[in-house]
Ligand binder design. Structure first.
Ligand code: AMP
Length: 180
């Protein structure tokens, strides 16, 4: 994007991501992207950089994961001239859904997508803000595939390297803008 390198954009993004220790529970350092969203220049560069990475790959649908994934997926979809499909927590989507239950550190969670959100054979890009253990993204890949979509790639704003989420989705193409 306009000659700016991944390193340069990563540094600018890192400078506006805020660490919140012990949120939502003790021991977790929450990566708060709200200061990034509040900054037009950095937010714009973030969206354009991710979208540019995928231009020409034939992506027709961008899947965003509740809730911060929506904020990134929608403008990326517009840049790619693709549609957008939300994945939400159980009970939030109004039409007929398919669902996937997956394990969390303690307990489990269920994600849903509308059964008509993805057409057979569509090239799909999945977007979220943070890759932690990878459980969420893996469940979303399975939802897309259940609808016979092809996961072309996964785009993450932040990858928490030390949690090794990448290993859980080793069969998929993954692009992350910044790593910790
Ligand atoms: P996981 O399934 O462990 O990869 O967790 C990913 C989901 O949890 C994403 O939707 C993230 O938004 C959220 N998440 C996990 N860890 C963090 C963190 N340290 N800071 C912000 N969000 C997080």
């Amino acid at each position: 994007m306009n000659g700016i390198t991944l390193d340069e954009v990563s540094q600018q993004i890192k400078a506006v991501i805020r660490d919140i220790p012990d949120f939502p529970k003790e021991g977790i350092v929450f990566k708060d992207i709200m200061p990034l969203l509040a900054n037009y220049d950095i937010f714009n560069k973030t969206i354009k950089f991710i979208a540019d990475h995928y231009k020409g790959r034939g992506i027709t649908k961008v899947v965003g994961i509740e809730a911060r994934g929506f904020i990134l997926a929608a403008p990326i979809a517009l840049e790619l001239q693709a549609g957008m499909a939300p994945v939400r927590k159980k009970g939030k989507l109004p039409y007929k859904t398919i669902s996937k239950t997956y394990d969390l550190e303690y307990g489990h969670d269920t994600l849903e997508i509308h059964e008509d959100a993805i057409k057979q054979g569509e090239k799909v890009l999945i977007v979220d803000d943070v890759l932690a253990t990878g459980g969420t993204i893996k469940a979303v890949c399975e939802l897309v595939e259940q609808l016979n979509g092809n996961v072309e790639s996964i785009a993450m704003l932040i990858e928490l390297d030390f949690l090794k989420g990448r290993e859980k989705i080793a069969n998929y193409d993954l692009f992350s803008l910044i790593k910790y």
